[in-house]
Design a binder for this molecule. Structure first.
Ligand code: C5P
Length: 226
């Protein structure tokens, strides 16, 4: 089953404290952004990549695409103030496809197997998102005091990719834009429509490069896979 992927790459990465877009930081031999793009470049089921970028970084990114032989990028629309806006600007340019995958450019360790499971589930069910089971004891805390210990068996930590049938994600984004709803992931927009979202078990290695410690973890994953 074929799909196109939206990669928001227009963040500032303040929590990384790198003084530049964290996606340009190198993990071993290549920028984080390139590691992520290569996963989709090498996946025969991926027929197109949409990359949301900061306008002032577009030329630099185009140079990277050329340098590393990334040929599947169909557009580099301008990102927005929030991640959801960046995803939306890609969706506005994308033509009708079967399945749309939304994936953080800052998660370079996603595997073809997990992508295939997500695409399959979205094809059958409309919407499917990657997640892993919570490992730690989970408690709800208010003002430094434990309010409640939450049943861990029902808790999942949600990642990207998130996969959707095209018409469903287009409708969800349009409604969210109309009413000014801002979610922390695309699934929230679909949930608001009352549509079921399925979970696909992912990997703890599919970590988002957010803070400096993540870079150490990321390099360890790359060395293990080499
Ligand atoms: O900041 P964080 O890592 O959670 O952002 C997730 C992804 O969304 C990153 O790949 C980042 O570049 C992207 N993003 C974006 N536009 C924004 C904020 C974040 O494309 N306004």
């Amino acid at each position: 089953m074929h799909y196109e992927v939206v990669l928001p790459a227009a963040g500032s990465g303040k929590r990384m404290g790198a003084g530049q877009n964290k996606l340009f930081l190198e993990l071993l031999d290549k920028p984080i952004l390139i590691h992520t793009l290569e996963v989709f470049q090498q996946d025969p089921f991926c027929t197109g990549i949409w990359l949301a970028v900061k306008p002032e970084e577009r030329v630099y990114i185009q140079g990277l695409l050329e340098q590393f032989g990334i040929t599947k990028v169909k557009g580099l629309p301008a990102g927005g103030a929030e991640r959801q806006h960046s995803v939306h600007s890609c969706m506005k340019e994308m033509q009708q496809v079967d399945i749309v995958l939304v994936h953080d450019a800052a998660r370079p360790f996603i595997t073809h197997d997990i992508i295939a499971n997500l695409v399959q589930s979205a094809h059958q069910n409309g919407a499917a998102i990657a997640g892993v089971r919570a490992k730690d004891t989970m408690k709800k805390v208010r003002n430094g005091i434990i309010e409640e210990t939450v049943d861990r068996d029902s808790l999942w930590m949600i990642q990207t990719p998130q996969a959707f049938q095209y018409d469903l994600i287009v409708e969800a984004e349009d409604v969210a834009e109309k009413v000014g709803f801002l979610g922390t992931d695309e699934a929230m927009l679909v949930e608001r429509l009352g549509h079921t979202v399925h979970i696909v078990e992912s990997s703890y290695e599919n970590v988002k490069m957010t803070t400096q410690e993540d870079l150490l973890f990321g390099e360890a994953i790359l060395r293990k896979r080499a």
